[in-house]
Design a protein. Structure first.
Length: 130
């Protein structure tokens, strides 16, 4: 499984960098403010932590206990899929897969939790279950 992950990661990175003008990117990067880049990374990481905390609260409301570290890893993987797949559904699928066993496979409620915690309405998934 690890080999597949590495191959897919290398293939995606190769595709990404093959479409980037390296000289232009380097020219722009040399003039970037390190302080602003660091501030942006801190704000982004705080946003990730807040999102994981919110997801954990929603899971606890359904009596699903999971360590924050596990949720953080799942959230980061889901974010990767959300960035590279045509829709945000891929990230929700990853988060549901990672929480299904501790939740004793309650996929409908997990789908609502994943959608609510990722700032989307739970209405479409609730409507589909009717």
């Amino acid at each position: 499984m690890l080999t597949i992950k590495i191959v897919v990661s290398v293939a995606l990175l190769t595709l990404l960098f093959s479409r980037v003008d390296g000289r232009r990117l380097w020219t722009i990067a040399r003039h970037a403010s390190i302080a602003w880049l660091a501030a942006a990374m801190v704000v982004y990481f705080l946003n990730v932590l807040a999102s994981v905390w919110r997801w954990r609260l929603l899971l606890r409301a359904q009596d699903v206990q999971m360590p924050a570290r596990t949720l953080l890893g799942s959230y980061l993987v889901a974010t990767f899929f959300n960035n590279f797949l045509p829709s945000n559904v891929g990230g929700d699928v990853i988060r549901i897969r990672d929480t299904a066993r501790p939740a004793k496979s309650r996929p409908a409620s997990l789908l609502d939790t994943a959608r609510i915690s990722s700032k989307r309405s739970a209405l479409p998934s609730t409507t589909l279950r009717l």
